[in-house]
Design a protein around this ligand. Structure first.
Ligand code: NAD
Length: 483
């Protein structure tokens, strides 16, 4: 059991008699905490605290601001075991996966520590004695809304960068996995972050809507499903806020006949089953180009080595398990062939857990729901294509556009995919092509709404506005139309 989750406002943890929801450990199905369902009033208090903190925080030099994140990074390293266990308990992923997630949070924080090297301004003498300078300035109070699948990492896509750049933040964690966020707040405070700079308001849709409507919030970042990303993007921007909203995904792996069989099989399987397929970068559809049956057979062998409860975590909820199994059954009924079947798994000693075993389905056709929709489980839907053009046509027809990968030994084929795949993140012989820092993360099409990516250098434009100043200190200087 964990302590009850609280809001964190102005440096204080609080729970003000709001209604609450149970938080379950998806590996056991048992209640491990409760989370408050806050109201717009709670959000008002958090925004007020952030607003109060903003003048002092934004006028602190950035080199001082990032010192807090150096200390915070050291705290994460020191407490990595505890943080990983917390992520595994609330999300259901394996301890190794949870540790990798926290390691990524550390890398994201390292990037924020390097921001002083990236945001120094520009200056130019534009005419004799007259100079123009450009500086990045913080926006004010900003908000970050997170999904369930990475309780620690996704908040770190936004917290270190937005705060190091001088903003004050309200985080709305997923109500399904709110425990890690309370620990983030404690550790930021321990690292020396002034009260009010970081705040948490827990809750569901009502808080997200209140964030989109709040007149004092300048920018909103969202990560979650496409359905909600669209709602948030439309509502936040119609209220004249900046918004970057990342949505769902359907990522295609194109496997060519010349692909390295062992490397391809292990990469494809890891991509589809890692974090129980609950990654927006997961390989959920594979396009087998030409005759690659031996590779498919190796993928099945690899998939059979993945055992729920051992090296495969659970999915987030009973509802998710039922949805995933429904997709498999519908595809089977429509004529697809289930080669490895993960339905109806029970893990001994964890009978209440929400487990789906690794599943490989062949002869899926592009019109089936499992080929088009986000399944978000450890399921690989294999479609057949006669050549690369047909494979790319399938990939291009997806509404989403987060990631696409090709497995091949041919540079020419790889180049074609790099050019022609309609996705923001491309892999060549890599099943999960997540760009590492300082490169930014963000998809195309219905996988992202808004101009900026959410991490890396691109996030600087999201979290700051430019101030342009023209200066003349020489009264004797000639005046012309530009000065
Ligand atoms: P979700 O959209 O259900 O929830 C995300 C957040 O929105 C949560 O904080 C939730 O409380 C809130 N929310 C839910 N319904 C809402 C509504 N109707 N109105 C306003 N707010 C609402 O997503 P999820 O199930 O938590 O996360 C899984 C989804 O996130 C998948 O689709 C996955 O692909 C996506 N995801 C995308 C990326 C990416 O980088 N593109 C990264 C991680 C997850």
């Amino acid at each position: 059991m964990y302590q009850e989750v609280k809001n964190y406002i102005g440096g204080q943890f609080s729970r003000n008699g709001q209604s609450s929801m149970d938080v379950l450990n998806p590996q056991t199905g048992k209640v491990i905490s409760t989370v408050p369902m806050s109201t717009a009033k709670d959000l008002d208090m958090a925004v007020e605290a952030a607003k109060q903190a903003f003048p002092a925080w934004s006028s602190t030099p950035i080199k001082e601001r990032v010192q807090i994140f150096y200390r915070y990074k050291a705290l994460m390293e020191k407490n990595i075991q505890e943080l990983s266990q917390m992520v595994a308990d609330e999300n259901g992923k394996t301890l190794d996966e949870a540790r990798a997630e926290v390691e990524k949070s550390i890398e994201l924080t390292e990037f924020a520590c390097s921001l002083p090297q990236m945001v120094y301004g520009e200056i130019l003498e534009v005419s004799r004695g007259v100079e123009c300078r450009v500086e990045h300035k913080a926006l004010g109070v900003v908000a970050s809304i997170a999904p369930f699948n990475f309780p620690h990492m996704v908040p770190h896509w936004t917290i270190p960068n937005a705060i190091a750049l001088g903003n004050c933040m309200i985080l709305k964690p997923s109500e399904q996995v709110p425990i890690s966020s309370n620990r983030i707040a404690e550790m930021l405070k321990e690292a020396g972050l002034p009260d009010g700079v970081f705040n948490i308001v827990n809750g569901d849709r009502a808080i997200v809507e209140a964030i989109c409507d709040h007149p004092e919030i300048q920018a909103v970042s969202f990560v979650g499903s496409t359905k909600v990303a669209k709602i948030v993007y439309q509502r936040a921007t119609s209220n004249l806020k900046r918004c970057t909203a990342l949505g769902g995904a359907k990522n295609h792996l194109m496997v060519m006949p010349d692909a390295h069989p062992d490397m391809t099989a292990s990469n494809v399987t890891a991509s589809m089953s890692g974090c129980a397929g609950q990654r927006c970068m997961a390989a959920s559809a594979m396009v087998a180009v030409g005759s690659i049956d031996p590779i498919i057979s190796k993928i099945c062998d690899e998939a059979r080595k993945i055992i729920p409860g051992k090296n495969l975590g659970s999915v987030i909820s009973l509802e998710a398990k039922q949805r995933i199994e429904r997709y498999i059954t519908e595809a089977e009924n429509a004529g697809a062939k289930v080669l490895v079947d993960g339905r109806n798994w029970k893990v001994e000693g964890f009978e209440g857990g929400f487990y789906v075993g690794p599943t490989v389905i062949d002869f899926v056709t592009p019109d089936m729901a499992i080929a088009k929709e986000e399944v978000f489980g450890p399921v690989l839907a294999i479609m057949r294509a006669k050549d690369l053009d047909e494979a790319l046509a399938i990939e291009n027809s997806s509404e989403y556009g987060n990631a696409a990968s090709v497995f091949t030994q041919s540079g020419g084929v790889a180049r074609q995919v790099m050019e022609r795949a309609s996705a923001g993140m491309i892999g060549v012989n890599i099943g999960v092509p997540v760009p590492r820092e300082p490169f930014s993360f963000g998809g195309w099409n219905e996988s992202k709404f808004g101009v900026n990516d959410i991490t890396g250098k691109s996030s600087i434009e999201l979290w700051t506005k430019l101030k342009k100043t023209s200066v003349k200190w020489n009264p004797e200087g000639k005046t012309n139309w530009m000065s």
